[in-house]
Write a protein that binds this ligand. Structure first.
Ligand code: ADP
Length: 872
C-alpha cells in the first residue's frame, strides 16, 4: 500500500509532515555522532602511532642480532604504525561522509517544504469552491424568500384587481417578474457551482492528491536510498574487518608465527660458540703419600681394621641417600603418570584449562624431566661412592682385613694363630706387593693370564709348564674325586696339575663378572676361582658360598708363593687343593670351607678355541669378527671387547651375553658362548651371513619386493613377540641392530641395552639414547616397557619400507623430539601398503597403552602377508 491511497486524510498529511521533521532531527543526530567518531578515530590513530614509536624504542644493539623474536616485534610495531595510518585515513573519509549527510539534510528540508506548499495549493481550490457552494446556496435562499414574497403580493393584487390591469398591478407584476428572474439566475449559479465543486472535489481526491502523495513517496524513498548509501560509507570506514586491516593482521600473524624457539638462538650460538670447556681435573696428589710406604695408595680407598667401620657407616649413609633419590624419582614418575603431586609440594598445573595449556603442559613436563635428571645425577654420584666403597670392602673380603698399623705383621699373626710352620712364616715376613707377586708367579710358571696393566700394556704368557711338586702329586688323587657341580659337567674330570696353566682348570672362570659368579655359587661350600682387575692389576680371587658369598684375594709372598691365612704354596692350584683337602676354613673368621668346585658353564668357552678370521663389523665395545671354533669347526661371529675399556664397560659388554644365553628363537641371534678366561673378552654368536639389516636395505634397495619387506617386518615382530613373552625390553630396536641372513630372514641382535624387567626406569644419564627410535615416555621420564619397543618397531618398519632411509631426515634429535611431542608423525614411505603404514601409526600412539602388543602386530602382518600370497 502506497502513500497515494493510504495517506489521503488530513491527519495522515499532518503525520507525514511530523515524520519528515523527525527524520531531519535523526539526520542531525547522526551527523553529530559521525563527526565525533571521526574525531575519536583520529585521536586513536595518533595514540597508536605513539604506541608503535614506543615499541620501536628497543635495543637494536648486537646482543639481539639474529633474534627472530626481536625482528618480529619490530615488524609488528611497523604494522601497528600502518594500522594507525589507515585509521587516520578512514577518519578523514568519515568527515567527508558527514558533509554528504549535511547536504542531504538540507535537500530533505526543501523537499518537505515543497510538499507542504503543493498540498496547500491543491487543497485551497477545493476549499474555495466549497465556500462558493455555501455562499451560492445562501444567496439562493435569500432570493427564494424575496421571490416568494413578491409572488404572494402579485397574486393578491391580481385577484383583487377586477380588470386584471392597472398601474399598481403592473408594478407588482414587474417586481414579481424581476424577483423571478433573479431566483432563476441564482438557481443556475448554484447548480453550476455545485457541479464545479463536484468536479474539483473528484479531481482533488482522485488525481491531484494521489499524484502529490505518490510523488512525495518517491521523493522520500530516494532520500532514504541516499541516506543508506551515506550510512554504508560511514560504516565501511569504521570496519575493522576490512581487507586492509585483515592484511595487516595477517602479516602480524605470520610474523609472530615465524618465531621459532629452536632457531631463535641459532645466530647467537654461532657467534658466541666456543669449544667445550676443558673438564676440571681432580687428581690425587701423589706427593702426599710418597713417604708412607705401601699403606696408602693414590685414588684408592684404604680398607684396614682402622677404617672398616667408618667405611661401613659411610656406606650405609650413602646407600640411604641413594634410596632417598630413588624414592623421590619414583614419586615424581607416579605424579607424571597421574599419581599424587610431587613430594616437595610444588603442584604442577596440568594447564588443561589455560589458553596456552599445551605449552604449559610441555613446560611442566620439561621441568619434571629436568628435576628428574637432577635426581638421577645425584643418585649416580652417590651410587658411584657406594660402588667404590663396596668394591673396596668386597675385594679385600670381610675376613682378611689388613692391619692399618703394620700390615707385615698381620699375615704373620694369622700364621701363628693357625699354627703353621716357622719356615713358611719366615718366607712371608717380607711380603711384597700382592698384585705384582701374582703376575711374577704367573709369568714364571707360564701363567696364562694376560694381565691388564696401566694404559693397555699387557704381559704375554710363557708356555713352558712347571713340573708338579711332590705335594701336588700326593694330593692329586683326592682332587680327582671331586664331582662336577652340574649335569652338563658330569663328564669333566676335575684334576689338578701344576703343569697346566690355571686358565685350563675347569673351576677357573677368568674375568667372569661378579654377578655371574654369585649366580653360580648356590650351596654352602660351592667355590670357584676367578680373576679380577683392581687398580689396573690382576688379582686372583677365591669365591665361596658360605653364609652368603665371600671373596678372598689370593695373597702373594715375597718369594712368589700363594696363600690365604695358611701356609704358602708354589701354585694357586696347590693352594686351592690344600684348602679343599684339609677342609680347613679359608680364614678363621669366615669359617668358609671348600666343598664343591663349580666348573665353567657350557657357554664359558676357552679363548684359545676361537680363531679370528676377518673383521666384519665394528661395535660399541670393539670389533666384530668372523671366526671359527677350533673344537667344532663351526663358523661364528665374535664380538670382542677392547682391552683398554674400564671394568664397568666390560661388565656392560658381557651383559648382552648374559641376556642372550637364555633365548632360543629363530628370529633372535643365538649365543654360542662367552670367552672370559683372558683378554680380550669375547662374545661368540651364530654367524648371520647378510650382516646388518640397515646396510642390507641400503645395498639392496632396488631388488627388494614388498613381500620381502613385509616378511622382514613379520620376522622382527616374531622375535620381539618372543622377547616380550620373556619380559625382555630390548631398548635399542632399529634396523642397524638387526641382522639378516641369506633368506632375508631377520634376527634381532645387539642386546647391549636390554633389560629383563616388565618396566625399567632409567636412573643413570640418558646420554646414548637413540632419540629418533625411542618412545616419548622413555625420553621424557626414562620409563621403558615393551610398548616402548613397539614404538621403535614402528620406526624399524619405516626403515624397512624406506629401504634404509634415516628417520626424520633433516631434523636434529631435539627437533624431531619436539615435533613428535606436538603430534607430528613421519609420512608413509613410498609404496608402503596402506595397512602397514596404519600399523606404524598405531605403534607411534602417544599413549603407550593404545599401542598394539607384539603378538597383535605379528598377527596383523602375518594376515596381510597371507592375503598378499593368496592374491598372487
Ligand atoms: P655393538 O652391539 O657392540 O654395537 P653390533 O651388534 O651393532 O655391535 O655389531 C656391529 C656390526 O657387526 C653389525 O652391524 C654387523 O654388521 C656385525 N655383526 C654383529 N653381529 C653379527 C652376527 N652375529 N653375524 C654377522 N654379523 C654380525
Amino acid at each position: 500500500m502506497g502513500f497515494s491511497s493510504a495517506l489521503q486524510s488530513r491527519a495522515a498529511h499532518e503525520a507525514l509532515i511530523v515524520r519528515q521533521d523527525a527524520e531531519l532531527r535523526l539526520m542531525e543526530t547522526m551527523k553529530r555522532s559521525i563527526q565525533m567518531k571521526a574525531k575519536c578515530d583520529k585521536e586513536y590513530a595518533i595514540s597508536l602511532t605513539a604506541v608503535a614509536q614506543q615499541g620501536l624504542k628497543i635495543d637494536r644493539a648486537d646482543e639481539m642480532q639474529g633474534s627472530l623474536i626481536s625482528k618480529s616485534w619490530r615488524s609488528y610495531m611497523d604494522e601497528l604504525d600502518q594500522q594507525a595510518k589507515q585509521f587516520k585515513l578512514n577518519a578523514e573519509q568519515l568527515e567527508v561522509v558527514c558533509d554528504k549527510l549535511t547536504h542531504l539534510s538540507q535537500d530533505k528540508r526543501k523537499a518537505r517544504k515543497a510538499y507542504q506548499e503543493e498540498h496547500a495549493k491543491i487543497a485551497a481550490r477545493l476549499n474555495h469552491l466549497t465556500d462558493e457552494v455555501v455562499r451560492k446556496k445562501s444567496e439562493y435562499q435569500k432570493h427564494l424568500e424575496g421571490y416568494k414574497a413578491l409572488r404572494t403580493r402579485f397574486e393578491e393584487n391580481y385577484i383583487k384587481a377586477p380588470s386584471r390591469s392597472g398601474r399598481k398591478l403592473d408594478d407588482v407584476r414587474d417586481k414579481y417578474q424581476k424577483a423571478c428572474r433573479k431566483l432563476h439566475l441564482t438557481h443556475n449559479e448554484y447548480v453550476l457551482s455545485i457541479t464545479e465543486a463536484i468536479e474539483v472535489e473528484k479531481d482533488f481526491r482522485n488525481v491531484l492528491l494521489p499524484g502529490l502523495l505518490e510523488h512525495q513517496q518517491s521523493v522520500q524513498e530516494s532520500f532514504i536510498l541516499l541516506w543508506r548509501n551515506i550510512l554504508q560509507e560511514a560504516v565501511q570506514y569504521g570496519d575493522l574487518t576490512a581487507d586492509k586491516y585483515k592484511e595487516i593482521q595477517k602479516r602480524i600473524d605470520t610474523l609472530i608465527g615465524s618465531i621459532n624457539p629452536t632457531e631463535e638462538y641459532g645466530e647467537f650460538t654461532e657467534k658466541y660458540k666456543t669449544s667445550p670447556t676443558t673438564p676440571l681435573l681432580f687428581q690425587f696428589d701423589e706427593t702426599l703419600i710418597q713417604d708412607i710406604p705401601g699403606k696408602l695408595q693414590s685414588s684408592t680407598l684404604t680398607v684396614d681394621n682402622l677404617t672398616v667401620d667408618w667405611l661401613r657407616n659411610r656406606l650405609q649413609e650413602l646407600e640411604g641417600a641413594v634410596r632417598d633419590c630413588q624414592e623421590k624419582q619414583l614419586k615424581m614418575i607416579e605424579h607424571v603418570n597421574g599419581g599424587s603431586p610431587v613430594a616437595n609440594g610444588s603442584i604442577i598445573s596440568n594447564g588443561s584449562n589455560t589458553s596456552n595449556g599445551i605449552q604449559s603442559n610441555k613446560d611442566s613436563l620439561c621441568r619434571q624431566s629436568k628435576d628428574l635428571n637432577a635426581l638421577r645425577c645425584q643418585e649416580k654420584q652417590k651410587q658411584k661412592l657406594v660402588d667404590m666403597i663396596k668394591c673396596a670392602l668386597n675385594e679385600v673380603g670381610c675376613e682378611e682385613l689388613p692391619s692399618g698399623c703394620d700390615d707385615d705383621l698381620t699375615l704373620e699373626q694369622n700364621f701363628i694363630e693357625n699354627g703353621y710352620n716357622n719356615e713358611q712364616q719366615q718366607r712371608s715376613n717380607s711380603t711384597s706387593s700382592p698384585g705384582l707377586g701374582i703376575m711374577n708367579e704367573l709369568m714364571r710358571r707360564g701363567g696364562v693370564l694376560t694381565l691388564l696393566r696401566g694404559r693397555g700394556r699387557h704381559f704375554k704368557r710363557k708356555s713352558t709348564p712347571q713340573p708338579a711338586t711332590p705335594m701336588t702329586r700326593s694330593r692329586q688323587g683326592r682332587f680327582n674325586k671331586l664331582q662336577p657341580r652340574s649335569q652338563s659337567l658330569g663328564s669333566l674330570s676335575i684334576s689338578l696339575s701344576t703343569n697346566r696353566p690355571l686358565y685350563e682348570e675347569e673351576w677357573f672362570h677368568g674375568v667372569l663378572p661378579r654377578e655371574e659368579v654369585v649366580r653360580l655359587l648356590n650351596n654352602d661350600g660351592d667355590f670357584l676361582v676367578r680373576e679380577t682387575i683392581r687398580n689396573e692389576e690382576s688379582q686372583i680371587v677365591l669365591s665361596v658360598c658360605w653364609n652368603g658369598h665371600k671373596h678372598f684375594i689370593v695373597q702373594t709372598t715375597s718369594e712368589g708363593n700363594f696363600r690365604f691365612e695358611g701356609p704358602p704354596f708354589a701354585s694357586i692350584q696347590e693352594l686351592i687343593m690344600h684348602q679343599y683337602h684339609s677342609e680347613l676354613p679359608v680364614t678363621v673368621k669366615s669359617g668358609s670351607i671348600l666343598r664343591r668346585p663349580v666348573c665353567r658353564e657350557r657357554w664359558e668357552l676357552s679363548n684359545d678355541d676361537v680363531v679370528l678370521l676377518e673383521r666384519i663389523g665394528r661395535g660399541n665395545f670393539g670389533d666384530v669378527y668372523k671366526a671359527k671354533l677350533k673344537s667344532t669347526k663351526l663358523d661364528v661371529a665374535v664380538k670382542t671387547c677392547r682391552m683398554t675399556l674400564p671394568d664397568e664397560q666390560k661388565r656392560k659388554f658381557l651383559q648382552e651375553g648374559r641376556i642372550l644365553k637364555q633365548y632360543d628363537h629363530p628370529n633372535i641371534v643365538k649365543l654360542i658362548g662367552i670367552c672370559v678366561q683372558k683378554q680380550p673378552i669375547m662374545i661368540v654368536m651364530e654367524l648371520v651371513l647378510g650382516g646388518s639389516l640397515l646396510t642390507y636395505l641400503r645395498k639392496n634397495s632396488n631388488g627388494l619386493t614388498t613381500r620381502q619387506q613385509m616378511g622382514m617386518c613379520r620376522d622382527a615382530a616374531a622375535g620381539m613377540r618372543y622377547l616380550e613373552s620373556k619380559n625382555c625390553i630390548h631398548r635399542d630396536l632399529a634396523a642397524r641392530n638387526c641382522l639378516v641372513d641369506l633368506e632375508h630372514s631377520v634376527k634381532i641382535s645387539d642386546f647391549g641395552m636390554s633389560r629383563e624387567e616388565e618396566e625399567y626406569i632409567v636412573s643413570d644419564g640418558m646420554k646414548q639414547i637413540p632419540v629418533k627410535w625411542t618412545a616419548p615416555e622413555a625420553l621424557n621420564f626414562g620409563k621403558y616397557t615393551s610398548l616402548c619397543d613397539v614404538w621403535s618397531y614402528g620406526i624399524l618398519m619405516w626403515e624397512i619400507f624406506s629401504k634404509g632411509d634415516t628417520p626424520y631426515s633433516g631434523m636434529t634429535n631435539s627437533r624431531a623430539r619436539e615435533r613428535i611431542d606436538t603430534g607430528y608423525r613421519m609420512p608413509t614411505p613410498k609404496s608402503t601398503p596402506e595397512e602397514m603404514y596404519r600399523l606404524m601409526l598405531q605403534c607411534w600412539a602417544a599413549d603407550a597403552e593404545s599401542r598394539p602388543h607384539f603378538d597383535e602386530i605379528y598377527n596383523v602382518v602375518d594376515a596381510l602377508i597371507l592375503r598378499l600370497d593368496n592374491s598372487h
